[in-house]
Ligand binder design. Structure first.
Ligand code: NAI
Ligand code: MG
Length: 494
């Protein structure tokens, strides 16, 4: 099946093709015979046109009362709810995750809209006592101007939505560049905000290649801030370049998230959480569980039960309700997963189950991998590096101290989890674990709108996403001193 559908740019209220000449194929990863459409090829000039449109729209948008901006975001959230099935189907075809996960993502995005719209009525500053007589001091916030958003394919609805919402509520105008693999979903997200009432020029989208469009956004002098989610490599590149150009940068990057199971933990709950965290969304979540750190006393029971859970996973086309796990997003990602399967085998990882491609019947046309579990040594690459596939590395430990040491011995620090019934251990874990989010007796995945989302170490750059921190990233503070005494203020001025 092939399609001539071309995914266009949205600039200054109009759908327009990019000025490049080599479109990118948008392929269904569950069935590579299906070309869903083509991504228009954009250039630095297209980015410049989008940024100029955003600059022109900025003064009126900045002057729009914050709750009015918030109401548009609220309406976008309601539309996302209504469109969850429609957007979910497209998401499954482009990205591969099963329909339940795709619709779930859209509904999750809608709850974030609900929260950010509420924040529009709380864009507060503070009144602060001054040490000077007759002086009224307060703080107030204002938007940054034009901001650039660069987003990945693994949550192609939720991540763009959760960056667009705080940027718009705060009064910025936006140019977004979605991932090459999921242009249709990015288009549907932008369309939904437009249908909710975002005026022309306030939200612009440029489709195309990261190295061209993404880089041009980072370079453009009128773009004041970049919010990025994606690979650690590109995030650190953008951060370095942004720093050189004096820009504000926020990045949410890779993970190697551990789930710790201690001897007193509930094994069945830990198994269920690990299966969900490791194989859910085909392991293509920044919050995926990619390591289980398990006390030797429960290692056999854990391994046995988890292997049974893995055997129950049904890889397949996400549109088929019988499937419980979709494919890798594209051949590059699939290649990365299978390269790590070879690396692990060469390093001596001991396979419990999986380890290869899933290609029986119709699956041969897609990028499916068997859910994989192996026992590894903590120093192996497969115990330390992000794979982003349905591959779980299990490390055996003797006690809590060793578990924490292993958990922290990676360069990432997004999320983690511990299964124990001992309250003292819980508090030691909260104190010692080096992750920006952590869970006690629940899976590593997930995040709520009203709570900060992001990581420590190489995972996180700049303020957290979600919550009031997201609004902080997209606003500038002003500190105001008003002398209402009518005389000259003497003394030490500094
Ligand atoms: P990527 O970081 O290359 O792509 C993410 C976004 O950045 C896309 O929109 C892309 O077009 C853009 N981009 C690429 N190069 C750029 C550049 N030079 N300047 C500006 N923007 C650029 O990630 P990719 O290649 O899709 O995946 C590679 C690995 O990254 C995955 O295997 C996974 O380990 C990790 N990843 C992590 C994600 C997360 O949720 N934290 C999401 C996606 C990928
Ligand atoms: Mg890349």
């Amino acid at each position: 099946m092939s399609s001539d559908r071309l995914f266009l740019n949205y600039i200054d209220g109009a759908w327009v093709p990019g000025s490049g000449s080599t479109p990118i194929a948008d392929t269904n990863p569950a069935d590579l015979r299906e070309t869903i459409g083509w991504v228009t090829d954009s250039t630095t000039e297209d980015v410049a046109a989008a940024v100029q449109a955003a600059e022109r729209a900025y003064p009126a948008w900045r002057a729009t009362p914050v709750p009015v901006r918030g109401r548009i975001v609220r309406d976008a959230g309601r539309l996302f709810e209504q469109r969850a099935a429609e957007i979910g189907r497209v998401l499954t075809r482009e990205e591969g995750k099963i329909l339940a996960e795709a619709e779930g993502e859209v509904l999750k995005g809608a709850t974030l809209m609900e929260w950010f719209s509420g924040e529009s009525r709380r864009l507060n500053g503070q009144t602060v006592p001054s040490e000077i007589p007759n002086t009224f001091a307060y703080t107030t916030r204002e938007p940054l101007g034009v901001v650039g958003l660069i987003t990945p394919w693994n949550f192609p609805m939720a991540i763009p939505a959760w960056k667009i919402a705080p940027a718009l509520v705060a009064g910025n105008t936006v140019v977004i560049k979605g991932a090459e693999q999921t242009p249709w979903v990015t288009e549907l997200v932008v369309r939904t905000f437009i249908d909710a009432g975002v005026p022309p020029g306030v939200l612009n989208m440029v489709q195309g290649r990261g190295a061209t469009v993404g880089a041009a956004l980072v370079e453009h002098p009128a773009v004041h801030a970049i919010s990025f989610t994606g690979s650690t490599e590109i995030g650190h590149l953008i951060n370095a370049r942004g720093a050189a150009l004096g820009k504000r940068v926020q990045c949410e990057l890779g993970g190697k998230n551990p789930l710790i199971l201690l001897a007193d933990g509930d094994v069945d709950l830990a198994v269920a959480a690990t299966a969900k965290g490791a194989f859910g969304s085909t392991g293509q979540r920044c919050t995926a569980t990619s390591r289980a750190i398990v006390h030797r006393a429960v290692l056999d029971e854990f391994t046995h039960k988890l292997a049974a859970a893995a055997a129950a996973v049904v890889p397949g086309n996400g549109l088929d309700p019988a499937s419980t796990m979709g494919p890798s997003v594209d051949s590059g990602q699939f290649g990365k997963v299978h390269e790590y399967l070879q690396i692990g085998a060469a390093e001596g990882a001991e396979l419990v189950c999986g380890g290869g491609r899933a290609a029986q019947g119709d699956l041969e046309h897609g990028l499916f991998t068997q859910p994989t579990i192996w026992h590894v040594q903590r120093t192996m690459r497969v115990a330390r590096e992000e794979i982003f596939g349905p591959v779980l590395s299990v490390v055996a430990v003797d006690d809590f101290e060793e578990a924490i040491a292993v958990a922290n011995a990676v360069e990432f620090g997004l999320t983690s989890s511990i299964y124990t019934r001992d309250v003292n251990t819980v508090f030691r874990y909260v104190d010692q674990i080096q992750t920006g989010m952590l869970h006690v007796n629940s899976p590593t995945i997930g995040g709520e709108a009203q709570l900060p989302f992001g990581g420590m170490k190489k995972t996180g750059i700049g303020p957290r996403e979600h919550s009031t921190h997201a609004i902080d990233f997209f606003t500038e503070w002003k500190t105001v001193y008003i002398d209402h005494g009518g005389g000259f203020r003497g003394g030490n001025l500094y």
